[in-house]
Design a protein around this ligand. Structure first.
Ligand code: NAD
Ligand code: ZN
Length: 350
């Protein structure tokens, strides 16, 4: 197959709200890189920060960047040194490109490498017809994994990594924040053998939607319902064994502290918008463990994620909308309403 010289892509072309569809050269690949023909992408909260051009985006993203990091497609070309990946293979990829200098990278703890750069944040992204990616980052997909599921495996990986940070078998789990990651974490916790899963939010639309993806989870709008009463109703008399914080909201974290069992474990993925005070007396008094979670484990989380999908985890209901990539503006407008699950862009007909 001869590759085109140029491609269409979504670029942060101006320091203002929006993304712009541009024509750019198809990336050239290094010997250790793979060229992916991107076919489906999903829109992430991070993309919305870049789209809106908020303070985080202004401080972390350079104007001119091709955005996007949730994607799937087929391999279009491989560099001369590539051994593990073949042209034509269905793939997705890890969006964190790691260095090889730090202590953690040298020790194989790639997800803890401080030199990590993000596709679609610091490096050219996947909202494009073609993406160049190190072979190391490429994740082959089996034929029975739909492309659009491949495109949401990046946030699913956050959910899996956080949910599996602590043993869930037979445990009572509290998840705060029913965003896409919190909802998928509830589905993972159900699948992984938790006894009771409770998912909280303050947004009824999100909780109603969560019931489609995680049907066995008890959904709680903490504005209308008292969490202690819910615990009594579902037969809990102590506290949650495991907490997964997935909102970044101060009240959610404080509520979690108040409803944990003595000796419980908290995995914290949510990123607070600004620092907030924490009552460490509660953490000490309850002998809690609080673990920060960043990204996902390379590549153990991918292995587990594929295994969970193989063994019946179904997150297809997470995808609520599909658009042609050329209609990206409609997709971003819809994302801004907050009333969506994952929104997919199809790059095949652009
Ligand atoms: P999201 O913003 O879509 O979802 C957060 C949800 O929390 C929203 O539905 C919101 O209504 C809810 N919420 C707000 N206040 C609440 C409260 N008091 N109680 C319960 N819920 C409340 O986010 P997402 O895309 O699902 O991501 C989840 C979090 O994880 C975000 O904070 C995001 O920044 C963070 N994140 C972290 C990493 C990492 O590597 N650590 C990676 C991806 C995302
Ligand atoms: Zn993402």
């Amino acid at each position: 197959m001869t590759l085109p010289k140029t491609m269409k892509c979504l670029v942060k072309a101006k320091a203002e709200k929006g993304l712009w569809l541009e024509q750019r050269p198809v990336p050239e690949i290094e010997p250790d890189e793979v060229l992916i023909k991107v076919e489906r992408t999903a829109i992430c909260g991070t993309d919305m920060h870049i789209y809106k051009w908020d303070d985080w985006a202004k401080n972390n993203v350079l104007v001119g960047l091709i955005t996007g990091h949730e994607y799937s497609g087929h391999v279009a070309a491989v560099g001369s040194g590539v051994r593990r990946v073949d042209v034509g293979q269905k793939v997705t990829g890890e969006g964190h490109v790691v260095g090889n200098r730090s202590r953690n990278a040298r020790a194989g703890r790639f997800h803890l490498d401080p030199d990590t750069k993000g596709i679609g944040v610091n490096l050219p992204g996947a909202f494009a017809e073609y993406l160049a990616l190190p072979e190391f980052n490429v994740i082959p997909l089996k034929d029975d994994v739909p492309l659009e599921i491949g495109a949401i495996m990046d946030p699913l990986g956050n959910a899996v990594h956080t949910a599996l940070s602590f043993d869930l078998v037979g445990e009572d789990v509290l998840i705060t924040g029913a965003g896409p990651i919190g909802i998928m974490a509830a589905a993972v916790a159900e699948e992984a053998g938790a006894r009771r899963v409770v998912l909280t939010d303050i947004n009824d639309w999100r909780l109603e939607f969560a019931s489609k993806v995680a049907p066995k989870t008890r959904l709680v709008n903490v504005i209308n319902e008292n969490l202690r009463d819910v615990m009594t109703e579902i037969g809990m008399n102590e506290g949650f064994d495991v907490g997964l914080e997935m909102s970044g909201a101060e009240p959610a974290f404080n509520q979690m502290l108040d409803h944990m069992i003595m000796g419980g474990n908290i995995a914290m993925l949510g990123i607070p918008a600004k620092p907030f005070p924490v009552d460490f007396g509660k953490i000490v008094g309850k002998a809690l463990t609080v673990r920060g979670i960043y990204g996902r484990q390379m590549y153990e989380t991918w292995y587990k994620m594929i295994a969970l999908l193989d063994s019946g985890l179904d997150v297809s209901a997470m995808i609520t909308h599909r658009f042609e990539a050329r209609d990206f503006q409609k997709a971003f407008d819809l994302m801004e309403t907050g009333k969506t699950g994952k929104v997919i862009l199809d790059w095949n007909a652009i």
